[in-house]
Design a protein around this ligand. Structure first.
Ligand SMILES: Cc1cc2nc3c(=O)[nH]c(=O)nc-3n(C[C@H](O)[C@H](O)[C@H](O)COP(=O)(O)O)c2cc1C
Length: 188
């Protein structure tokens, strides 16, 4: 497959459909190199990556369930159990954190976009290796207590939790927004 084919045929694989094996340590390193190789105005490197593999996934997910319970004291056990297994849905999860901050030359917006590009590069690199991947934020991407757990500073934002794993069924194509409606050739 050409790179263009890979980009234009990529589909997210739902975490519900992921299974082991995940990327090897060498493949994980390649995914991180791809994430790191994004346009980055001013060479600020305004992103951080937190890796979850093995037992770390269940450990972090249990902490997510504790936070969820604090904030939703009436939540049913079944829902809490689901939270306690969130990151175990895939063999590898990479949290991409935007560390964008005010800078004299580089607008913060451009730094945030760079973190988004890092997420997309992970999706594409995973797709190239034959893995499925899904970019999620869910509730814990926006929760201040979770941000603290991740060691984030107040101005940091979660760009995404990128779930990566093997899958059995190729996802079906989905309806997409019309390209034509979104393209306009400028002619004054
Ligand atoms: C920043 C960002 C956050 C997302 N968060 C979620 C999410 O929390 N839950 C979800 O179901 N999809 C989420 N999505 C959408 C999926 O990752 C995916 O793009 C969507 O299911 C469409 O599939 P496709 O990538 O094959 O077009 C998010 C996408 C982006 C860009």
């Amino acid at each position: 497959m050409s790179l263009l084919d890979i980009i234009t045929t990529r589909r997210s694989v739902s975490v519900k459909d992921m299974c082991a094996p995940g990327p090897s340590p060498e493949q994980l390193q390649s995914l991180l190199q791809a994430a790191h190789r994004v346009p980055d105005h001013g060479k600020l490197g305004p992103w951080r990556f937190v890796i979850f593999t093995g037992d770390a996934r269940a450990d972090f997910s249990r902490k997510l369930a504790d936070i969820y319970k604090e904030e939703n004291p009436d939540a049913a056990n079944k829902i809490l159990q689901f939270q306690a297994e969130l990151l175990t849905r895939a063999p590898l999860v990479i949290a991409v954190i935007s560390t964008a901050a005010h800078h004299v030359k580089v607008p913060e917006w451009e730094q945030v976009l760079s973190a988004g590009a890092a997420c997309q590069n992970i999706l594409l690199a995973a797709h190239t290796m034959g893995f499925g991947a899904q970019w999620l934020t869910e509730w814990y991407g926006y929760n201040a207590k979770v941000h603290k757990l991740l060691g984030m500073e107040d101005h940091h934002r979660v760009a995404g939790f990128i779930y990566v794993g093997s899958y059995k069924e190729k996802p079906e194509e989905r309806v997409r927004p019309s390209l034509e409606e979104r393209v306009h050739h400028w002619n004054s």
